[in-house]
Design a protein around this ligand. Sequence first.
Ligand SMILES: Nc1nc2c(ncn2[C@@H]2O[C@H](COP(=O)(O)OP(=O)(O)O)[C@@H](O)[C@H]2O)c(=O)[nH]1
Ligand SMILES: [Mg+2]
Length: 291
Amino acid sequence: MKKVGFVCVYGRANAGKSTIINKCLGFKLLPVSAKPQTTRDNVKAIYNDEESQIIFVDTPGVFKPHGKLGSILLRDAESAKDGVDVIVYVIDASEVPNFELCEKLKHVDIPVIIAYNKVDLVKADLGEERLARYKSLLPNAKVCHLSALNNYGVEELLRMIKDELPESFPYYSEDIVSDRPKEYIISEIIREKCMRLLDAEVPHSIYIDLKTVSEEEEGMTILGNIIVEKPSEKAIVIGKKGKMISDISRFSEKSISSYFGCPVHVELVVKVIPDWRNDERYLKKFGYDEK
Ligand SMILES: Nc1nc2c(ncn2[C@@H]2O[C@H](COP(=O)(O)OP(=O)(O)O)[C@@H](O)[C@H]2O)c(=O)[nH]1
Ligand SMILES: [Mg+2]
């Protein structure tokens, strides 16, 4: 028997939730960027060692929703707290405190661990003063200080999670790292490159519609569409003389290749679907169900 269970990683957008999970896993599974809403799904990421199996549920994070897609993501982030064994509440120590989420966590009857992240960005005494206010609102929560980007605190967080988990047989076979198929991982890598390379608002309207992934002896060939909402966005994603789309493809090839350990060729076409984030047909087609 091992320490086994589900852990919801909850918090505001951009607090570092996906970074923390990647560091716990020891490799990069989930997309990370400096822009809010990089995470769009409740993805399960599965950590294994000799004594435990931890099934992390990454969430889009809590933010002010825009449009139908935004509301769906927010609903998913909130519902991920149901039915798990532990909640890791990630707080960005460098942000001005916001206690809204403490209210939502006050009455849950499972252990809450505050992952006080990005301590590298804040002076220690200011950080502690802010933390004390969070702790006074969540007196039962345990606290772990992290600078996930620098791997600081990650081992301790894993230890604290294991301490809270029940004993059980593992739910997943040990060679499985996610509940998602490889096509999902690939499209998330491509979307992450868009999030990182494109300015401001454009990336939020992007959906990666993967067409084919073919695996031959000489490597993997990936064909896909980058969906945007406006012709002006299409022009930005293509870039001057096609430079942006070629950068997105090249960076994607590199990351996909290092993830899967084989040569990778990526070909992307940009398409416009006006206002897809508010269009029920497309939300459904792209896996964002309103119900
Ligand atoms: N300085 C610093 N930046 C961090 C740390 N953890 C995450 N970040 C950055 O914060 C941004 C958001 O991280 P991400 O994991 O995507 O946040 P999420 O939206 O909560 O999943 C990214 O640019 C990360 O590199 C940290 O400990 N220190
Ligand atoms: Mg994330």
